[in-house]
Design a protein around this ligand. Structure first.
Ligand code: C2E
Ligand code: MG
Ligand code: MG
Ligand code: MG
Length: 299
């Protein structure tokens, strides 16, 4: 489709043509740089996992966390996962990288517990490529054993599109994972094409309401209705609910009052490196009896 874009640009005249080709080649160069950088990111130890708190909206206590990959490239500087995860997915590099994130997160959980933290669940994002791997459940079981962490402390975040494509295979894969005792969660819920009644066919424990519905609460009446509908339907199917991208007190209160159990967002904490997360957790425990200090003050 590069060809068509170039032909299109040609028809628009010389200047546009030059503009388009320059833009195209700049994009392609960047894409190649990201791909080449990613190939060496693991061995160069440029990857790091950060952890964002998941908080009970009723008590504002940390009840879990999400593992989020960070990459500081020697050549490119910080690159956002929004840019590099799709490249990792297209090239297949997400398979070894995703495995590393899983192992790293479980190891970290074990270290935190050794440091005295109570057991909390860690959510790891799973890519479509990983989900299609026949050996996925076996690999995960091995990773849990190696880290000495119970399966009940691991949650996998999948997306709707992964279930919709090849639904029958997906159901089998999900049951294999469920069989290990892992929690299964649907990330970015509401942005895909699946309905809740469709999702009922899958052994899903939790829905994460996408940030796009949360961000305009309380200004958008539509988003508030949609959010309420998702919450009440998910509750009737006995699924747990997490709202992502909570940035304001109003949003947290609205979601809590309408029955959403758990929240995640900058209001409570940004994704933090391991020691930062440990400090946040420890500080929260010491302040647990002090109602005047919202958790947000710590993050
Ligand atoms: P996600 O799984 O939906 O993760 C939530 C994203 O929202 C994270 O972006 C997080 O930093 C951001 N976020 C959290 N709270 C707020 C908030 O209050 N406001 C705003 N504006 N943003 C908030 P991040 O870390 O840039 O990751 C982007 C996406 O990249 C993730 O979306 C996930 O799809 C993917 N990703 C990240 N790490 C991994 C990984 O290890 N494996 C895979 N397969 N995908 C990953
Ligand atoms: Mg996620
Ligand atoms: Mg999400
Ligand atoms: Mg999202």
């Amino acid at each position: 489709h590069v060809d068509t874009a170039v032909n299109f640009a040609k028809k628009q005249g010389r200047n546009n043509f030059q503009f388009y080709t320059e833009k195209l080649s700049a994009d392609m160069v960047r894409r190649l740089q990201v791909e080449n950088g990613l190939r060496r990111a693991l061995e160069r130890q440029e990857l790091e996992v950060h952890y964002q708190a998941k908080v009970s909206l009723a008590s504002e206590e940390i009840i879990g966390c999400e593992a989020l990959l960070r990459w500081k490239s020697a050549d490119l500087g910080f690159v956002s996962p929004v840019e590099f995860i799709p490249v990792a997915e297209e090239t297949g590099l997400i398979v070894p990288i995703g495995e590393w994130v899983l192992k790293q997160s479980l190891r970290q959980l074990d270290l935190w517990m050794q440091a005295g933290l109570p057991p909390i669940r860690v959510g790891v994002n799973l890519s479509a490529r990983q989900f299609r791997e026949p050996q996925l459940a076996a690999k995960i079981m091995l990773a849990l054993e190696e880290a000495g962490v119970g399966a009940e402390l691991l949650e996998l975040e999948l997306t709707e599109s992964m279930l919709v494509e090849n639904a029958d295979e997906a159901i089998q894969a999900l049951w294999a994972l469920k069989g290990l005792g892992i929690t299964l969660s649907i990330d970015d819920f509401g942005t895909g094409y699946s309905s809740l009644s469709y999702l009922k066919r899958f052994p899903i424990d939790e829905l994460k309401i996408d940030r796009s519905f949360v961000k305009d609460i309380p200004d958008s009446a539509d988003d508030m209705s949609i959010t309420k509908a998702i919450i009440s339907m998910a509750r009737s199917l006995e699924m747990k609910l997490v709202a992502e991208g909570i940035e304001t007190r109003d949003q947290a209160a609205f979601l809590r009052d309408n029955g959403c159990h758990t929240g995640q967002g900058y209001l409570f904490a940004k994704p933090l490196p391991p020691d930062g997360f440990l400090q946040l957790f420890t500080a929260q425990k010491q302040l647990a009896s002090n109602d005047d200090l919202p958790l947000a003050a710590l993050g």
